[in-house]
Ligand binder design. Structure first.
Ligand code: 4UU
Length: 519
């Protein structure tokens, strides 16, 4: 049954991201700092961000003859100028594909090939992975540039591309409803990671939708903690776009580490932390946070994976601030459901009441254009009348509160990061000692996250042993980013349960996890 949002419709300007963000004189002024590097203390003002992205965009056009819809890959952990690069590509009418910097060569190659990327920016430390992946897909060396100020070997810092002029924008007219701004990667309900086509309008719509829920609750004096990766949609839209549009400064951490997080909150007086459940767990339980002054923090938003009511209350009690939840997907730009903070009515923690559950289907201006070059996944993911099928199960109560209660798609979430079982199964099956494999997620309350666990049928003549476990773990660790490691372990079984059509029965496997001891 379709239910409409309780929020009023919003006007979504028919424009592209650079015009939306920068073709204006914001109330907070040109000299308002918006991006802070928590490591070096450097920062960029709104005016500097605009100028830097325009000059980089112009450089892409002048020096590299950048064409509309050419794809640019960002392969880097968070940098305070990460999104400046992205908006520069948009100024040149290009598409940005943000990639997980923990990827091994094979994983990066998959994204570069699927997205047809023409150039890459990386951190110098990642050059060995980048150059090998680029060589494999035929991206020339002079199309690899670096964050930072230094030339390393033959690779130039991205600032060398800046022209003295600002981009003669828009050189190519962008159609915000059809042209892709970001090609983010998600495995959706099944299979390998796929390019998710997010249009300029999708991102602008979700930026404004997210602001609408929270605008009475934020001011330009707020500061967001940007410890979540900007290559993931939660960081990209919910922090960077929502932040800069409102003049909320982003305190950018290269990676999450509890001590770094606490020091940055203290130093920059961070007010609002967007985090994931394992970080909520640390804030609720880790003794070391007593050593820091976190009194500036007044709001926490957790998302990207389920959070238990117990943890919400524990963190709330310890920090004395609300712990809200947001829900969304890469495919929906991302936020579709967010808890509203209402200073008058306060903030409540709801039990999940019994009632009718169903798969959540969504429609709206923030829903992706589709998966790139994948008509099969698109027809599977959309209903005839345009609803996107999330693969999540939920219910709604009489007050209009939504509860996410289960996940029916294959996806595993490790600390909010996507892990596609099919990808791990494919790799395991490529090992000569593996006859069959099935991967599922198991929840661990000690890290507040699911962990990927593999069931393995040894190949004929191969016996199950601890050595085989070691061999397979080493084999996988060489090929996948750390978040995809088989932290849930490896269990040997005689057969992988499958439906008559050959689909792995993951629920049966998960049931096995609960009742079988490792053999
Ligand atoms: C239970 O994880 C995201 C987007 C996260 C996000 C978080 C806070 C968005 C807005 C916000 O305010 O995207 P993906 O594509 O990596 O993963 C999507 C999947 C969902 O389908 C669901 O299974 O991640 C799971 N998920 C959640 N599950 C996302 N948020 C939640 C949540 N509770 N709050």
């Amino acid at each position: 049954m379709p239910l409409k949002s309780k929020f009023e419709d919003i006007d979504i300007p028919n424009t592209d991201i650079p015009s939306f963000l920068f073709n204006r004189s914001p109330d907070f002024g040109e000299n308002h700092p918006v991006l802070f590097d928590a490591h070096s203390g450097k920062y960029l003002t709104f005016g500097q961000v605009r100028e830097a992205s325009q000059r980089f965009g112009a450089g892409l056009q002048d020096r590299w003859n950048w064409k509309k819809n050419d794809v640019f890959c960002i392969f880097s952990p968070n940098q305070y100028d990460y999104t400046v690069v992205a908006w520069g590509v948009h100024f040149a009418a290009g598409i940005v594909t943000p990639s997980n910097p923990a990827y091994q060569v094979g994983e990066l190659v998959h994204q570069l090939v699927s997205s047809n990327a023409k150039a890459i920016i990386a951190l110098p430390q990642l050059l060995s992975v980048v150059t090998e992946a680029a060589r494999k897909v035929g991206i020339p060396k002079d199309r690899i540039i670096l964050f930072g100020d230094k030339k390393v070997e033959d690779f130039e810092p991205w600032k060398n591309l800046w022209t003295s002029r600002r981009a003669n924008y828009p050189k190519d007219k962008i159609d915000p409803t059809r042209d892709v701004a970001f090609l983010a990667f998600s495995s959706g309900t099944t299979g390998l990671p796929k390019g998710v086509m997010l249009s300029h309008r999708n991102i602008i719509a979700n930026t404004l939708q997210t602001i609408r829920v929270d605008e009475h609750n934020t001011t330009v004096k707020d500061r967001y903690m940007a410890c979540l990766p900007l290559f993931h949609i939660y960081g990209l839209t919910t922090l960077a776009h929502v932040g800069i549009y409102q003049g909320i400064g982003l305190v950018v951490l290269q990676r999450f580490e509890l001590a770094l997080f606490c020091k940055a909150v203290q130093k920059y007086k961070v007010t609002y932390a967007h985090i994931v459940p394992p970080i909520v767990l640390l804030l609720a339980k880790d003794p070391s946070i007593k050593n820091y002054d976190l009194s500036s923090l007044r709001m926490i938003n957790s998302g990207a994976a389920p959070l238990t009511k117990e943890l919400v209350l524990e963190a709330h009690e310890r920090l004395g601030i609300p712990v809200k939840q947001g829900y969304g997907l890469t495919e929906t730009s991302p936020t579709t459901h967010a808890q509203k903070w209402d200073g008058v009515n306060g903030w409540r923690v709801y039990e999940v009441p019994a009632g009718k559950e169903g798969e959540l289907w969504l429609r709206g201006p923030n829903v992706m254009l589709g998966y790139l070059n994948n008509p099969e996944a698109n027809s599977r993911s959309f209903t005839k009348d345009g609803f996107f099928k999330t693969g999540d199960v939920g219910r709604v109560d009489t007050h209009g509160n939504y509860y996410i209660t289960d996940r029916i798609k294959e996806l595993i979430k490790y600390k909010g990061f996507q892990v596609a079982p099919a990808e791990l199964e494919g790799l395991l099956l490529s090992h000569p000692k593996v006859g069959d494999a099935g991967v599922v997620g198991v929840y661990s309350s000690s890290v507040a996250s699911e962990l990927p666990l593999a069931f393995i049928v040894p190949a004929p003549g191969v016996s199950a042993s601890d050595n085989l476990v070691k061999e397979l773990v080493a084999f996988m660790n060489e090929r996948v980013a750390p978040h995809k490691r088989l932290r849930g372990g490896i269990k040997f079984v005689q057969v992988i349960p499958k439906s008559p059509s050959g689909k792995i029965l993951r629920r049966v496997l998960q049931f096995e996890c609960l009742f079988r001891v490792n053999s």
